[in-house]
Design a binder for this molecule. Structure first.
Ligand code: HEM
Length: 410
């Protein structure tokens, strides 16, 4: 059978949904081309993705299982090199993955997260009080003023990041998902982010606090759970960035979508639909993580009618998966909070499934409900189609979210 030509992924992420549809035309598992001309596979079918993520023959360790990387064919000039060089549970396999995951997963159990509720409420209330001081009718960027600081303050507080270091450490994570960067810019970011994070770890080693970074450092001393210095930095990269970016995107996407669909908004504000419905439907239609690098089959694997050869990179296309017509039919792309089946895999599946689900759900539910309670008349300050995408194919978000909270136009 002839393999269709690969879909060249758009580095600017101008229309990730159109791109996912283009991939799907070639099949639920299809060839794509990454920046730098590197060929990969993308899985956009829900069942196929579930199968792949549940299959322990898919590794995420590029050093051991990406043939071209191990052979030295993928160099520093590969724009996504940060995703291969990252040293944490997302680039580990088997026992290494379990060891790295175990150390942090226990901090995010539903019970531990429930204990954070009042803290998250207080942060949301502070941010909303700051927004209430904005003169009526003035346009504010809700992403910069609410959707970003809500999860970033929560995660930075948890990890004991001092106020003056937060902006730079957050910026490193933001740039790491920016697929428009040149290889030089990506490498420079990784170098700078790594240096700042190592300095932060050193400061916590000198002066431990009541925070998760200090707990991780203490765990370094324990038998069987030793973290190398590079794993320590890599784990903090991962937790600070994933603790912020996808929640920020979900809140931004949910608000943007509701404000663009008055009839859906009415259902929620009148109590006919719940915030959990909005969250699930947004996770499905506007998956915050759009296209996640990388998995590598440790042997040839047949899936979705194709054979993915051992050692080739695979991306999971979450943005496409939630809109799979094989599961959701002709209305798959329609945002409908009343839909009975809101099935998606936007938190992943299997051994690498997101450890932040309880925290993410808490932040999203508290954040969205508090926002609409405080500002029930909030409106978009631009036409929905004028909202610009984030500028990446890895994440699905908006560059900014201009709104009017109260007053004329709201
Ligand atoms: C709406 C919010 C979120 C979404 C959509 C999301 C999505 C995801 C996805 C798709 C994966 C799986 C990757 C894979 O299968 O390869 C993942 C993994 C992960 N997430 Fe989240 N995430 C969210 C929030 C969070 C938060 C708040 C945290 C922080 C506490 C977090 C921490 C992690 C970690 C540590 C992993 C790696 C798990 C592993 O490799 O074993 N996430 N997330």
């Amino acid at each position: 059978m002839e393999i269709p030509s690969p879909v060249v992924l758009d580095r600017t992420g101008a229309d990730i949904h159109a791109e996912a549809a283009l991939i799907r035309e070639r099949g639920p598992v299809a060839r794509v081309e990454l920046p730098g001309g590197v060929l990969a596979w993308s899985i956009v079918g829900l069942e196929e993705a579930r199968q792949a993520m549940a299959d322990v023959r898919f590794s995420k360790d590029p050093r051991r299982h990406w043939t071209a990387f191990a052979n030295g064919e993928i160099g520093a000039d590969f724009p996504l090199i940060g995703w291969a060089m990252m040293d944490n549970m997302t680039t580990a396999y088997g026992a290494d993955h379990s060891r790295l995951r175990r150390l942090t997963a226990k901090a995010f159990t539903p019970r531990r997260v429930e204990a954070m509720r009042s803290k998250v409420e207080a942060i949301a209330a502070d941010l909303l009080a700051e927004l209430a001081a904005v003169p009526a009718g003035e346009v504010v960027d809700l992403k910069a003023r609410f959707a970003h600081p809500l999860p970033s303050r929560v995660i930075c507080d948890l990890f004991g990041v001092p106020a003056e270091e937060r902006a730079a450490l957050m910026r490193g994570g933001e740039l790491n998902v920016d697929t428009t960067l040149t290889p030089e810019e990506a490498a420079a970011n990784l170098e700078q982010w790594g240096r700042l994070m190592a300095e932060f770890v050193e400061s916590k080693r000198r002066e431990p606090g009541d925070d998760l970074t200090s707990d991780l450092i203490a765990a370094q001393e324990e038998d069987g759970s030793r973290l190398t210095p590079s794993e320590m930095v890599g784990t903090l990269f991962l937790l600070l960035a994933t603790g912020t970016e996808p929640v920020m995107n979900l809140v931004t996407n949910a608000v943007a979508t509701l404000l663009a669909h008055p009839e859906q908004r009415k259902l929620v504000q009148s109590g006919q639909a719940a915030w959990t419905d909005v969250i699930e439907e947004t996770l499905r239609v506007e998956a915050p993580v759009a296209h996640l690098p990388f998995r590598f089959p440790v042997e040839d694997i047949e899936i979705g009618g194709v054979t993915i050869p051992r050692g080739e990179p695979v991306l999971i296309g979450f943005a496409g998966i939630g809109r799979d017509p094989a599961v959701h039919g002709d209305t798959a792309a329609t945002f409908d909070v009343t839909r009975a089946n809101k099935e998606h895999l936007s938190f992943g599946h299997g051994v690498y499934r997101c450890i932040g689900v309880p925290l993410a759900r808490l932040e999203m539910e508290l954040g969205l409900s508090a926002l609409f309670e405080r500002f029930p008349d909030i409106t978009l300050a631009v036409e929905p189609e004028e909202l610009e995408p984030q500028g990446t194919f890895i994440m699905n978000g908006r560059l900014t979210l201009p709104v009017r909270l109260t007053g004329p136009g709201a």
